[in-house]
Design a protein around this ligand. Structure first.
Ligand code: SF4
Ligand code: SF4
Length: 114
């Protein structure tokens, strides 16, 4: 559950949907995973702040998605891990329980881009 630690610059797709209110269904805005990784993302990204390396932008759907949740095994042996991995991951990030990120996004002021 990312909470604001003060101003932070993130790079987000301009087409990403606006973050919904707390408790509303997740719309894949990506804000939480761009601000800081979840516990699984910390392991994968090897950092506690900033964008998670597992976050994927889905241009056709116009939303972000967790690469761990959509991971597909390349062999029969690894494919049997897909469902348990997704179920475990869904529990870890409380998927389907609404947005729990206490964050606000503000577009940069005109001319303030680095
Ligand atoms: S949990 Fe909230 S902040 Fe994170 S992607 Fe979903 S809607 Fe966006
Ligand atoms: S939900 Fe997925 S993309 Fe988001 S921080 Fe966790 S591992 Fe990374």
């Amino acid at each position: 559950m990312p909470k604001s630690r003060g101003p932070q610059i993130i790079h987000i797709q301009p087409e990403a949907p606006a973050k919904p209110a707390l408790g509303e269904p997740c719309n894949g805005c990506g804000l939480c995973c761009l601000a800081e990784p979840c516990p699984v993302g910390v392991i994968l990204s090897r950092r506690r702040h900033g964008a998670c390396v597992a976050l994927r932008w889905l241009p056709l759907q116009g939303r972000y998605s967790c690469g761990v949740m959509s991971w597909q095994g390349q062999s029969a042996a690894t494919r049997i891990l897909e469902r348990p991995l997704r179920a475990w991951m869904a529990r870890m990030i409380a998927a389907g329980q609404g947005c729990d990120a206490e964050l606000e996004a503000h577009a940069p002021e005109s001319g303030s881009e680095p």
